[in-house]
Design a protein around this ligand. Structure first.
Ligand SMILES: [Zn+2]
Ligand SMILES: [Zn+2]
Length: 183
């Protein structure tokens, strides 16, 4: 196994002991942390999902640098860190792809459904905007769709948030939102 792409994995000593609040992107805005934070956990049971979430939250999560061998089909098809079998095998057998035990696997929404969920989420946010801004946003969204940006989802949500923030400023609404866990 050669390690030519050594720069992708970086181990950094922990400088501060965790106190109570964790927000792993607070002092680390690196692309790696961002991409780990956006990891879509699926094909596992609730317990394994929580374990993986815990790892992500406390920066213990180590993404796979190359596919791992599946314990079922024995192909190098496991692309998700900590999973012992590949997605198709897990689906076929109807078990958790990490512990191979639980049959109560959390729903694994396909990207299409994810998109749909986002749309629902956006619709909700759009409702809170006045007509004028709503149109601004829809124009932006269509434009962004045409351009087929890869980071479209982030862009759109960012734009929507921008509009929302502006709206709040105009209303001089000083609602204090201190939800630390929103991401
Ligand atoms: Zn397999
Ligand atoms: Zn499991």
């Amino acid at each position: 196994m050669s390690c030519q792409k050594g720069s992708t994995v970086r181990t950094r000593p922990q400088k501060y002991k965790n106190r109570s609040v964790f927000k792993n992107s607070l002092h680390d805005t690196s692309q790696k942390t961002k991409s780990i934070n956006s990891t879509h956990i699926s094909h596992v049971c609730q317990r394994c999902k929580e374990i993986i979430e815990w790892k992500i939250r406390y920066k213990k999560y180590k993404p796979l640098t190359q596919p791992k061998k599946c314990v079922k089909c024995e192909q190098k098809t496991v692309k998700r860190a900590y999973h012992i079998m590949c997605d198709p095998c897990g689906q076929k057998l109807g078990v958790c792809s990490k512990c191979d035990k639980s049959k109560e696997v959390i729903e694994a929404p396909p990207s299409e459904k994810e998109q749909f969920q986002l749309d629902e989420e956006m619709k909700e946010m759009l409702k809170s905007l006045p007509e004028r801004k709503r149109r601004t946003f829809l124009r932006y969204m269509n434009k962004s769709k045409e351009e087929e940006k890869t980071d479209q989802k982030d862009d759109i949500l960012k734009k929507l948030n921008e509009l929302k923030v502006n709206e709040e400023e105009e209303d001089d609404d000083e609602e204090d939102d201190d939800d630390d866990f929103s991401e």
